[in-house]
Design a binder for this molecule. Structure first.
Ligand SMILES: Cc1cc2nc3c(=O)[nH]c(=O)nc-3n(C[C@H](O)[C@H](O)[C@H](O)COP(=O)(O)OP(=O)(O)OC[C@H]3O[C@@H](n4cnc5c(N)ncnc54)[C@H](O)[C@@H]3O)c2cc1C
Length: 280
Protein backbone atom coordinates (compact mmCIF):
# COMPACT_ATOMS: atom_id res chain seq x y z
CA UNK A 1 0.00 0.00 0.00
CA UNK A 2 1.26 3.45 -0.86
CA UNK A 3 -0.35 6.61 0.54
CA UNK A 4 1.14 8.62 -2.34
CA UNK A 5 -1.38 7.59 -4.91
CA UNK A 6 -4.66 9.04 -6.12
CA UNK A 7 -7.09 8.51 -8.95
CA UNK A 8 -8.37 11.23 -11.22
CA UNK A 9 -10.70 11.56 -14.17
CA UNK A 10 -8.29 12.83 -16.84
CA UNK A 11 -10.92 14.39 -19.10
CA UNK A 12 -12.30 16.40 -16.18
CA UNK A 13 -8.77 17.50 -15.31
CA UNK A 14 -8.20 18.76 -18.88
CA UNK A 15 -11.57 20.54 -19.06
CA UNK A 16 -11.04 22.07 -15.61
CA UNK A 17 -7.60 23.36 -16.55
CA UNK A 18 -8.97 24.80 -19.80
CA UNK A 19 -11.72 26.63 -17.88
CA UNK A 20 -9.23 28.05 -15.41
CA UNK A 21 -6.79 29.38 -18.00
CA UNK A 22 -9.57 30.80 -20.18
CA UNK A 23 -10.91 32.70 -17.17
CA UNK A 24 -7.39 34.08 -16.75
CA UNK A 25 -7.61 35.47 -20.29
CA UNK A 26 -5.67 32.80 -22.19
CA UNK A 27 -6.91 32.10 -25.74
CA UNK A 28 -7.01 28.39 -26.61
CA UNK A 29 -6.90 27.44 -30.28
CA UNK A 30 -8.19 23.87 -30.59
CA UNK A 31 -8.13 21.78 -33.78
CA UNK A 32 -4.92 23.46 -34.84
CA UNK A 33 -2.05 21.18 -35.77
CA UNK A 34 1.54 22.36 -35.50
CA UNK A 35 3.75 20.80 -38.15
CA UNK A 36 7.02 22.52 -37.37
CA UNK A 37 8.59 24.78 -34.76
CA UNK A 38 11.27 26.35 -36.89
CA UNK A 39 11.80 27.99 -34.17
CA UNK A 40 10.21 31.21 -35.36
CA UNK A 41 7.53 30.88 -36.54
CA UNK A 42 5.64 27.75 -35.43
CA UNK A 43 3.86 26.51 -38.55
CA UNK A 44 0.30 25.26 -38.20
CA UNK A 45 -2.46 24.17 -40.58
CA UNK A 46 -4.18 27.47 -39.82
CA UNK A 47 -1.25 29.81 -40.28
CA UNK A 48 2.05 30.69 -38.68
CA UNK A 49 2.54 31.81 -35.09
CA UNK A 50 5.38 34.02 -33.99
CA UNK A 51 6.08 34.60 -30.32
CA UNK A 52 8.99 35.43 -28.05
CA UNK A 53 8.60 32.03 -26.40
CA UNK A 54 7.12 28.86 -27.86
CA UNK A 55 6.69 25.91 -25.49
CA UNK A 56 6.40 22.42 -26.93
CA UNK A 57 4.33 19.97 -24.86
CA UNK A 58 3.30 17.46 -27.52
CA UNK A 59 4.55 14.37 -25.62
CA UNK A 60 3.97 11.14 -27.60
CA UNK A 61 3.02 13.10 -30.72
CA UNK A 62 6.35 14.96 -30.85
CA UNK A 63 7.64 12.50 -33.47
CA UNK A 64 5.14 14.04 -35.95
CA UNK A 65 6.86 17.44 -35.83
CA UNK A 66 9.42 18.22 -38.49
CA UNK A 67 12.97 17.54 -37.30
CA UNK A 68 11.85 15.76 -34.12
CA UNK A 69 11.03 12.32 -35.50
CA UNK A 70 13.59 10.54 -33.31
CA UNK A 71 13.30 12.77 -30.21
CA UNK A 72 10.71 10.86 -28.16
CA UNK A 73 9.36 7.49 -29.13
CA UNK A 74 5.55 7.22 -29.19
CA UNK A 75 4.52 4.32 -26.95
CA UNK A 76 0.95 3.06 -26.81
CA UNK A 77 -0.90 2.42 -23.60
CA UNK A 78 -4.37 0.91 -23.65
CA UNK A 79 -7.19 0.56 -21.17
CA UNK A 80 -10.39 -1.39 -20.75
CA UNK A 81 -13.27 -0.72 -18.39
CA UNK A 82 -15.91 -3.13 -17.10
CA UNK A 83 -19.59 -2.53 -16.69
CA UNK A 84 -20.53 -1.20 -13.19
CA UNK A 85 -20.01 -4.01 -10.67
CA UNK A 86 -22.35 -5.00 -7.84
CA UNK A 87 -21.60 -4.77 -4.11
CA UNK A 88 -21.09 -8.52 -3.85
CA UNK A 89 -18.24 -8.38 -6.41
CA UNK A 90 -16.52 -5.54 -4.54
CA UNK A 91 -16.96 -7.40 -1.26
CA UNK A 92 -15.42 -10.56 -2.74
CA UNK A 93 -12.45 -8.60 -4.09
CA UNK A 94 -12.17 -6.67 -0.81
CA UNK A 95 -11.94 -3.35 -2.62
CA UNK A 96 -13.99 -0.86 -0.64
CA UNK A 97 -12.12 2.41 -1.11
CA UNK A 98 -10.63 4.31 -4.00
CA UNK A 99 -7.23 2.61 -3.81
CA UNK A 100 -5.39 2.38 -7.09
CA UNK A 101 -3.93 -1.04 -7.86
CA UNK A 102 -0.93 -2.09 -9.91
CA UNK A 103 1.33 -5.09 -10.16
CA UNK A 104 5.13 -5.09 -9.99
CA UNK A 105 5.62 -6.88 -13.28
CA UNK A 106 8.12 -5.58 -15.84
CA UNK A 107 5.26 -5.25 -18.35
CA UNK A 108 3.06 -3.87 -15.62
CA UNK A 109 -0.69 -3.25 -15.46
CA UNK A 110 -2.49 -0.55 -13.48
CA UNK A 111 -6.10 -0.23 -12.41
CA UNK A 112 -8.60 1.78 -10.43
CA UNK A 113 -12.13 1.53 -9.12
CA UNK A 114 -13.96 4.29 -10.93
CA UNK A 115 -16.44 6.70 -9.36
CA UNK A 116 -19.28 4.74 -11.02
CA UNK A 117 -18.04 1.38 -9.67
CA UNK A 118 -16.26 -0.10 -12.65
CA UNK A 119 -12.76 -1.54 -12.82
CA UNK A 120 -10.58 0.37 -15.29
CA UNK A 121 -7.40 -1.53 -16.10
CA UNK A 122 -4.55 -0.63 -18.43
CA UNK A 123 -1.28 -1.91 -19.80
CA UNK A 124 0.96 -1.78 -22.82
CA UNK A 125 -0.71 -4.06 -25.37
CA UNK A 126 1.23 -3.57 -28.62
CA UNK A 127 3.61 -0.95 -27.32
CA UNK A 128 5.18 0.46 -30.46
CA UNK A 129 4.22 0.86 -34.11
CA UNK A 130 7.01 0.71 -36.69
CA UNK A 131 8.26 4.12 -37.86
CA UNK A 132 7.02 5.94 -34.71
CA UNK A 133 3.47 5.93 -36.03
CA UNK A 134 0.76 6.89 -33.56
CA UNK A 135 -2.62 5.24 -33.13
CA UNK A 136 -5.50 6.75 -35.03
CA UNK A 137 -8.36 8.05 -32.91
CA UNK A 138 -7.57 5.92 -29.87
CA UNK A 139 -8.44 2.62 -31.57
CA UNK A 140 -7.36 -0.41 -29.57
CA UNK A 141 -6.22 -3.60 -31.26
CA UNK A 142 -8.55 -6.56 -30.50
CA UNK A 143 -5.54 -8.60 -29.32
CA UNK A 144 -4.74 -5.89 -26.75
CA UNK A 145 -8.35 -5.91 -25.49
CA UNK A 146 -8.18 -9.71 -25.16
CA UNK A 147 -4.85 -9.57 -23.30
CA UNK A 148 -6.08 -6.90 -20.88
CA UNK A 149 -9.32 -8.84 -20.31
CA UNK A 150 -7.30 -11.99 -19.48
CA UNK A 151 -5.23 -9.94 -17.06
CA UNK A 152 -8.33 -8.44 -15.42
CA UNK A 153 -9.87 -11.88 -14.89
CA UNK A 154 -6.61 -13.25 -13.50
CA UNK A 155 -6.20 -10.35 -11.06
CA UNK A 156 -9.88 -10.13 -10.08
CA UNK A 157 -11.56 -13.55 -10.43
CA UNK A 158 -14.67 -12.09 -8.79
CA UNK A 159 -15.13 -9.91 -11.88
CA UNK A 160 -14.72 -12.83 -14.32
CA UNK A 161 -18.25 -12.40 -15.71
CA UNK A 162 -18.12 -8.64 -15.99
CA UNK A 163 -18.78 -7.26 -19.47
CA UNK A 164 -16.01 -5.10 -20.94
CA UNK A 165 -17.83 -1.95 -22.01
CA UNK A 166 -15.09 0.26 -23.45
CA UNK A 167 -11.50 0.11 -24.59
CA UNK A 168 -9.23 2.92 -25.63
CA UNK A 169 -5.58 3.70 -26.29
CA UNK A 170 -3.35 6.73 -26.00
CA UNK A 171 0.24 7.67 -26.68
CA UNK A 172 3.10 8.29 -24.24
CA UNK A 173 6.44 9.96 -24.99
CA UNK A 174 9.57 7.91 -24.30
CA UNK A 175 13.04 9.51 -24.45
CA UNK A 176 16.11 7.38 -25.28
CA UNK A 177 17.12 7.33 -21.57
CA UNK A 178 13.47 6.88 -20.40
CA UNK A 179 13.71 10.04 -18.25
CA UNK A 180 11.52 13.14 -18.48
CA UNK A 181 13.01 16.57 -19.01
CA UNK A 182 12.04 20.22 -19.19
CA UNK A 183 14.04 23.01 -20.73
CA UNK A 184 14.28 26.32 -22.50
CA UNK A 185 16.67 27.49 -25.19
CA UNK A 186 17.14 31.17 -24.29
CA UNK A 187 18.52 31.96 -27.75
CA UNK A 188 15.56 30.69 -29.77
CA UNK A 189 12.87 31.05 -27.09
CA UNK A 190 11.78 27.44 -27.66
CA UNK A 191 11.02 25.44 -24.52
CA UNK A 192 9.88 21.89 -24.04
CA UNK A 193 8.58 19.52 -21.38
CA UNK A 194 7.81 15.84 -21.55
CA UNK A 195 9.09 12.33 -21.98
CA UNK A 196 7.15 11.18 -18.91
CA UNK A 197 6.93 7.52 -20.05
CA UNK A 198 3.38 7.16 -18.79
CA UNK A 199 3.60 8.94 -15.46
CA UNK A 200 2.98 12.52 -16.46
CA UNK A 201 -0.23 13.41 -14.66
CA UNK A 202 1.58 14.97 -11.71
CA UNK A 203 4.93 15.57 -13.42
CA UNK A 204 3.28 17.92 -15.95
CA UNK A 205 2.34 20.24 -13.11
CA UNK A 206 5.94 20.51 -11.92
CA UNK A 207 7.14 20.80 -15.54
CA UNK A 208 4.74 23.67 -16.27
CA UNK A 209 5.77 25.58 -13.15
CA UNK A 210 9.41 25.01 -14.09
CA UNK A 211 8.85 26.31 -17.63
CA UNK A 212 7.15 29.37 -16.14
CA UNK A 213 10.19 30.01 -13.95
CA UNK A 214 12.66 29.42 -16.77
CA UNK A 215 10.98 32.36 -18.55
CA UNK A 216 9.96 34.65 -15.68
CA UNK A 217 12.24 33.75 -12.76
CA UNK A 218 15.31 31.90 -14.10
CA UNK A 219 17.10 31.89 -10.71
CA UNK A 220 14.29 30.03 -8.91
CA UNK A 221 14.84 26.75 -7.09
CA UNK A 222 12.82 24.83 -9.69
CA UNK A 223 15.19 25.78 -12.51
CA UNK A 224 18.07 24.02 -10.72
CA UNK A 225 16.41 20.60 -10.65
CA UNK A 226 18.40 17.84 -12.41
CA UNK A 227 15.84 17.33 -15.19
CA UNK A 228 16.12 20.94 -16.38
CA UNK A 229 17.79 21.27 -19.78
CA UNK A 230 18.75 17.59 -19.69
CA UNK A 231 19.68 16.67 -23.25
CA UNK A 232 19.12 13.11 -24.39
CA UNK A 233 20.45 11.41 -27.48
CA UNK A 234 17.98 10.61 -30.23
CA UNK A 235 16.40 7.22 -30.75
CA UNK A 236 18.06 4.94 -33.28
CA UNK A 237 16.91 4.79 -36.88
CA UNK A 238 14.48 2.09 -37.99
CA UNK A 239 14.47 -0.87 -37.94
CA UNK A 240 16.72 -0.66 -34.85
CA UNK A 241 14.12 1.38 -32.97
CA UNK A 242 11.40 -1.18 -33.59
CA UNK A 243 13.73 -4.09 -32.77
CA UNK A 244 14.81 -2.41 -29.50
CA UNK A 245 11.28 -1.75 -28.17
CA UNK A 246 9.74 -4.99 -29.40
CA UNK A 247 12.63 -7.00 -27.93
CA UNK A 248 12.37 -5.10 -24.65
CA UNK A 249 8.73 -6.07 -24.21
CA UNK A 250 9.33 -9.66 -25.36
CA UNK A 251 12.12 -9.88 -22.80
CA UNK A 252 9.90 -8.33 -20.12
CA UNK A 253 7.17 -10.89 -20.82
CA UNK A 254 9.71 -13.73 -20.59
CA UNK A 255 11.09 -12.31 -17.35
CA UNK A 256 7.59 -11.92 -15.90
CA UNK A 257 6.82 -15.54 -16.78
CA UNK A 258 10.01 -16.72 -15.03
CA UNK A 259 9.30 -14.61 -11.96
CA UNK A 260 5.65 -15.74 -11.83
CA UNK A 261 6.87 -19.32 -11.93
CA UNK A 262 8.64 -18.79 -8.62
CA UNK A 263 11.95 -17.11 -9.36
CA UNK A 264 12.91 -15.18 -6.20
CA UNK A 265 15.10 -12.46 -7.75
CA UNK A 266 14.72 -10.22 -10.79
CA UNK A 267 15.26 -12.19 -13.96
CA UNK A 268 18.62 -11.43 -15.65
CA UNK A 269 16.69 -11.21 -18.95
CA UNK A 270 14.88 -8.12 -17.69
CA UNK A 271 18.08 -6.60 -16.34
CA UNK A 272 19.90 -7.16 -19.63
CA UNK A 273 16.99 -5.79 -21.70
CA UNK A 274 16.88 -2.66 -19.54
CA UNK A 275 20.59 -2.02 -20.00
CA UNK A 276 20.53 -2.59 -23.77
CA UNK A 277 17.54 -0.32 -24.36
CA UNK A 278 18.80 2.41 -22.01
CA UNK A 279 15.94 1.99 -19.56
CA UNK A 280 18.16 1.21 -16.56
C1 LIG B 1 -4.02 4.82 -21.40
C2 LIG B 1 -3.12 5.75 -20.62
C3 LIG B 1 -3.06 5.63 -19.25
C4 LIG B 1 -2.25 6.49 -18.50
N1 LIG B 1 -2.22 6.35 -17.14
C5 LIG B 1 -1.47 7.22 -16.41
C6 LIG B 1 -1.44 7.13 -14.98
O1 LIG B 1 -2.08 6.28 -14.39
N2 LIG B 1 -0.67 8.02 -14.32
C7 LIG B 1 0.07 8.98 -14.94
O2 LIG B 1 0.75 9.78 -14.27
N3 LIG B 1 0.06 9.08 -16.29
C8 LIG B 1 -0.68 8.22 -17.03
N4 LIG B 1 -0.67 8.31 -18.40
C9 LIG B 1 0.25 9.26 -19.03
C10 LIG B 1 -0.29 10.67 -18.99
O3 LIG B 1 -1.54 10.70 -19.65
C11 LIG B 1 0.72 11.57 -19.72
O4 LIG B 1 1.99 11.45 -19.11
C12 LIG B 1 0.27 13.02 -19.67
O5 LIG B 1 -0.99 13.15 -20.29
C13 LIG B 1 1.27 13.91 -20.38
O6 LIG B 1 0.71 15.20 -20.45
P1 LIG B 1 1.11 16.18 -21.60
O7 LIG B 1 0.22 17.38 -21.47
O8 LIG B 1 2.58 16.41 -21.58
O9 LIG B 1 0.82 15.40 -22.96
P2 LIG B 1 -0.57 14.88 -23.53
O10 LIG B 1 -1.58 14.70 -22.47
O11 LIG B 1 -0.23 13.71 -24.41
O12 LIG B 1 -1.04 16.10 -24.41
C14 LIG B 1 -0.36 16.43 -25.59
C15 LIG B 1 -1.22 17.48 -26.27
O13 LIG B 1 -0.53 17.97 -27.40
C16 LIG B 1 -1.46 18.04 -28.48
N5 LIG B 1 -0.68 17.90 -29.71
C17 LIG B 1 0.08 16.84 -30.07
N6 LIG B 1 0.65 17.07 -31.28
C18 LIG B 1 0.23 18.29 -31.67
C19 LIG B 1 0.48 19.09 -32.81
N7 LIG B 1 1.27 18.67 -33.80
N8 LIG B 1 -0.11 20.30 -32.90
C20 LIG B 1 -0.92 20.75 -31.90
N9 LIG B 1 -1.19 20.05 -30.78
C21 LIG B 1 -0.61 18.83 -30.66
C22 LIG B 1 -2.39 16.86 -28.25
O14 LIG B 1 -3.60 17.07 -28.94
C23 LIG B 1 -2.56 16.90 -26.75
O15 LIG B 1 -3.59 17.78 -26.38
C24 LIG B 1 -1.48 7.47 -19.16
C25 LIG B 1 -1.55 7.59 -20.55
C26 LIG B 1 -2.36 6.73 -21.28
C27 LIG B 1 -2.42 6.89 -22.77
Amino acid sequence: MSPNSARIHPAKLVRGLADVVEKMGVRLCEDTTVSEISPRPARTDRGNVTATYILRATEGFTANLKGLHREWLPMNSSMIVTEPLGDEVWAEIGWSDCDTVGDSAHAYVYSQRTADNRIALGGRGIPYLFGSRTDVGGTTQPETVRALTRMLRRMFPAARNARIEHAWAGVLGVPRNWKASVGLDQQTGVGWAGGYVGTGVTATNLAARTLRDLILDPQSELTTLPWVNRRVRQWDKEPLRWIAVSSLYKAYNLADRAENAGRKTTSPIAKMAGIITGRT
